[in-house]
Design a protein around this ligand. Structure first.
Ligand SMILES: NC(=O)c1ccc[n+]([C@@H]2O[C@H](COP(=O)([O-])OP(=O)(O)OC[C@H]3O[C@@H](n4cnc5c(N)ncnc54)[C@H](OP(=O)(O)O)[C@@H]3O)[C@@H](O)[C@H]2O)c1
Length: 347
């Protein structure tokens, strides 16, 4: 019976001023697992997603939704196994992807989950290449970026969950791809995937708490002799400031993420160079993208991504941290570049 199961829950209890660490959470191990109502499932989480957006939601202002409320379970995507079903569409043992956050057990409406078939792909791929990050990369690049063969595409955080996919999809589109990542090992890996140029921003001088503007600009000029047609921005900060010097006629700048800003800078505006005048001469566009806008187009993406994975055109990487208790530190590790590809926590 579910009443005999004791839940484990990471409650988000304090807004961080800078990095988010375990002190901003409380581990509750005293609450019984909930009981499903009609039409609901009780699921036990097997895989947890950790994503940079979680840090955005910990800020105190409204983004695409209200700030994450304090003293509630940290939200997030999971893959779970059904342990009790009060829906005819699911049976115990079925795997589902759900948004039930950092807790071991949760009840969820059957209509709010996606059933996973382990024969199609490893179940945890639904949190990465076949889920939200995959959708962001696929539609962000193809729908918003509209790449054409031969164009130069620059991708920041190129070795991460989204960036690694963007870089490879851009290569599949026959673009010239320049990846920016932290560390020689990551850059070597990106080169092995066929990227045309890589920039190790961590090998460049720093200024304040970001890569030095002149240094990243010089590296970008060298890597992009024909300028930049698409900039897929995952980081913001001085890297993005520098890219604007190189944008071509009708370039597309896709603002996917601004991870340099999430640890405290969202709440206090930081001014960078004023580059919007460049949009006049180039008639370039800047577009923000949001994964949720493409949820209804998953059926369009999944067969293509699965085909690329099966044919080896697309390599997929995951960094797995073991242990429910590691969730807060795994989230913060994203901000120190500890991952290659999708960061996951295994329960
Ligand atoms: N718009 C949307 O709907 C949407 C959806 C998903 C993700 N995103 C955004 O896309 C970006 C990537 O997300 P992800 O899930 O794929 O994460 P990720 O890239 O797997 O992990 C974050 C990476 O960012 C890099 N990074 C961390 N701090 C940095 C800094 N100060 N300067 C430069 N690079 C830094 C690290 O790589 P290095 O070792 O290279 O530093 C780290 O591995 C994030 O900004 C995220 O918010 C947006």
């Amino acid at each position: 019976m579910s009443q005999q199961r004791i839940n484990r829950r990471w409650l988000y209890v304090q807004r961080p001023a800078h990095e988010s660490t375990a002190e901003h959470y409380q581990l509750d191990e005293t609450t019984p697992a909930p009981t499903p109502a009609d039409g609901e499932l009780l699921i036990q989480a097997v895989w947890f997603s950790v994503d940079p957006y979680m840090r955005i939601q910990q800020s105190s202002f409204r983004t695409w939704e209200a700030p994450h409320p304090l003293n509630t379970v940290q939200g997030g995507g999971v893959v779970g196994v059904v342990v009790e079903s009060r829906s005819p569409a699911f049976a115990p043992g079925d795997y589902v992807s759900a948004y039930t956050g950092w807790q071991l057990y949760a009840t969820v409406a059957a209509s709010a989950v996606r059933k996973l078939n382990p024969k199609d792909a490893p179940i945890e791929y639904s949190l990465g290449v076949l889920g939200m990050p995959g959708r962001t990369a696929y539609f962000g690049l193809l729908d918003a970026g509209k790449p054409k063969a031969g164009e130069t595409v620059v991708v920041s955080a190129a070795s991460g969950a989204v960036g690694l996919l963007v870089a490879q999809i851009a290569k599949i589109q026959k673009c010239r791809v320049v990846g920016i990542a932290g560390g020689q090992e990551k850059c070597n890996y990106l080169k092995s995937l066929g990227l045309d140029e890589v920039i190790d921003y961590k090998a460049l001088p720093r200024s304040k708490d970001d890569v030095d503007y002149d240094a990243i600009l010089a590296a970008l000029k060298q890597a992009c002799p024909q300028g930049v047609d698409i900039y897929f921005d995952n980081v913001g900060g001085t890297t993005t400031d520098a890219v604007f010097n190189l944008i071509n006629l009708r370039a597309r700048v896709i603002i996917c993420g601004q991870i340099t800003q999430y640890n405290g800078k969202l709440d206090s505006v930081e001014m960078g160079p004023r580059f919007l005048h460049r949009l006049i001469y180039t008639r370039a566009t800047i577009q923000g993208i949001l994964a949720r806008d493409y949820v209804d187009r998953m059926d369009e993406m999944l067969p293509v991504m699965i085909d690329w994975l099966n044919s080896g055109k697309l390599k997929y990487e995951q960094t797995v941290v073991d242990g429910f208790e590691q969730l807060p530190s795994a989230l913060n590790a994203l901000f120190h570049g500890k991952n290659v590809g999708k960061m996951l926590v295994r329960a």
